[in-house]
Design a protein around this ligand. Structure first.
Ligand SMILES: Nc1nc2c(ncn2[C@@H]2O[C@H](COP(=O)(O)OP(=O)(O)O)[C@@H](O)[C@H]2O)c(=O)[nH]1
Ligand SMILES: [Mg+2]
Length: 459
């Protein structure tokens, strides 16, 4: 009885608007009672309104707070005020309050609010500000939303640079250095012309043998057909280039139902970058993509791949620095199989100075992949840096011995004067070239086309 008397005494005090009694009620588990009292009294007392605000905001019951906020506009914290305004559709007021806070959380909600209001321009501005403060976990999703908004706003034209333009841009340096195009425009066709063509092909790293043969054949064909003018000779030369390169054209297997892409090659050739670009391409095609960081030699390698995962929206499996690469691949394959990934892209280390261990490591990785799916990896892509010259060809052969290479990726064809390198690769390695890298951006990976390449090379 005593207890009962005490309680009602407390309630009586609370009902008179005694703040400490109200708090006591809440403590005793009678929050509803406290709230109903508060709701009645809070319009007259800012102190009680503040308490009501605190209690309801805890439960995210923002809408109920609106009348009190109208009466006392500085109640609570700015973030909560913003949410109250947002909950009743006063979007402009809400955004104003969010901006006072300026934190990532606030800016993100401000962006969503502007979007609710259907003010996409404002949403875009706010999203960009939020992105500057975004923690890693949120960044990827928000970047996708930003891209989507950019498209909706027409800020980002779906710029479709054709393969030819891209290669052409990529090979601009080669042409500058080699002036193949110029050569065919300006010169008289004589013995000196053929000598110079030969020289320039060698300078572009086409390889001496290839250069000699190409020029010899050009001479022969020109004589046979009686070609004398430079423009016609250019056409003829292009045909010869295409004929030489056509057998080296390869098509990359498209991902479907756990398709594995294993990237191999020496350090710095562009494996990680290519893995990232591939992930980007596949995710854009709507595929579910898993990146596997099997280069456990340096922690930075996994981090680099992590950035690409975020950029592309692919998922990532990585191990600790120094972990057994095959075990990371095992984990990746397990996940990919369980969660029905379309593509698994495995990035590896490429320390060639430890040749034997490297080969064993790659073989072990292939074995692990086969444990999960017998006919994988569908693609073992040997990544070769176009600027590394003839030495790269020697290294490539080491990899050919170690694993069954299904295709070649020639990277850094942009900005190098070595655009002729593909000719040497094609001749020496006899493995199809499936992709070419023409820059560091996510879209700078292109299928290899003999026709486009020859055209781009000749300017
Ligand atoms: N310009 C250019 N740079 C590239 C290309 N591919 C890779 N790179 C750069 O080459 C460097 C080494 O690449 P990375 O992917 O780390 O090589 P990895 O050691 O084989 O994994 C990085 O700075 C890349 O940004 C390309 O196609 N063009
Ligand atoms: Mg790497």
């Amino acid at each position: 009885m005593v207890l009962f008397w005490r309680k009602s005494e407390l309630e009586k005090r609370a009902e008179k608007g005694d703040k400490s009694a109200l708090l006591e009620l809440v403590k005793k588990g009678k929050k509803d009672k406290a709230l109903s009292i508060l709701k009645e009294k809070a319009l007259e007392s800012e102190e009680l309104a503040e308490l009501l605000f605190e209690l309801l905001a805890q439960e995210r019951r923002y809408q109920e707070l609106y009348p009190y906020l109208k009466r006392f506009p500085s109640l609570g914290r700015a973030l909560e005020r913003a949410r109250v305004y947002r909950s009743v559709g006063e979007y402009d007021e809400a955004i104003k309050e969010y901006l006072k806070v300026g934190s990532f959380e606030a800016l993100k909600e401000a962006y969503e609010t502007a979007y609710l209001k259907d003010d996409r321009k404002r949403a875009y501005e706010l999203l960009k500000r939020a992105l500057e403060l975004a923690p890693p976990g949120e960044k990827e999703r928000l970047e996708k939303e930003r891209d989507r908004l950019e498209r909706e706003l027409g800020l980002k034209e779906e710029k479709k640079e054709g393969l030819l333009e891209k290669l052409r841009r990529g090979l601009a340096k080669t042409r500058e250095a080699v002036e193949l195009g110029l050569l065919f425009k300006a010169r008289k066709i004589d013995e000196e012309f053929f000598e110079e063509l030969e020289e320039q092909l060698v300078r572009a790293d086409a390889g001496v043998k290839t250069a000699l043969e190409l020029v010899k054949e050009l001479k022969r064909e020109a004589a046979r057909r009686g070609v004398k003018n430079a423009e016609a000779l250019r056409g003829l030369f292009k045909k010869l280039l295409v004929k030489l390169l056509k057998p080296c054209e390869g098509k990359l297997k498209e991902p479907s139902g756990l398709t594995v892409y294993l990237l191999v090659g020496v350090n710095g050739s562009g494996k990680t970058t290519t893995a990232g670009k591939l992930a980007y391409r596949f995710t854009r095609e709507g595929k579910k993509v898993l990146l596997v960081a099997a280069d456990t030699f340096r922690a930075a390698a996994a981090e680099q791949l992590e950035v690409w995962a975020r950029r592309s929206g692919a998922e990532l499996v990585k191990g600790k620095e120094g972990a057994d690469p095959a075990s990371v691949v095992y984990e990746g394959m397990r996940k990919a199989k369980e969660e029905l990934f379309d593509a698994v892209i495995v990035d590896t280390a490429g320390r060639l100075h430890t040749k034997e261990p490297l080969i064993n490591e790659l073989r072990k990785i292939v074995k692990v992949i086969k444990k999960f799916k017998e006919d994988e990896p569908s693609e073992v892509l040997l990544v070769i840096d176009a600027t590394a010259g003839q030495n790269a060809l020697v290294q490539a052969k080491v990899f050919k011995e170690a694993v069954k290479v299904t295709g070649i990726v020639v990277t850094k064809l942009d900005g190098s004067a070595k655009g002729g390198f593909i000719l040497a690769v094609c001749r020496e390695l006899k493995i199809p070239v499936k992709l070419v890298g023409v820059g560091e951006g996510p879209e700078d990976l292109q299928p290899f086309s003999a026709e486009a390449y020859a055209e781009a090379l000749l300017g």
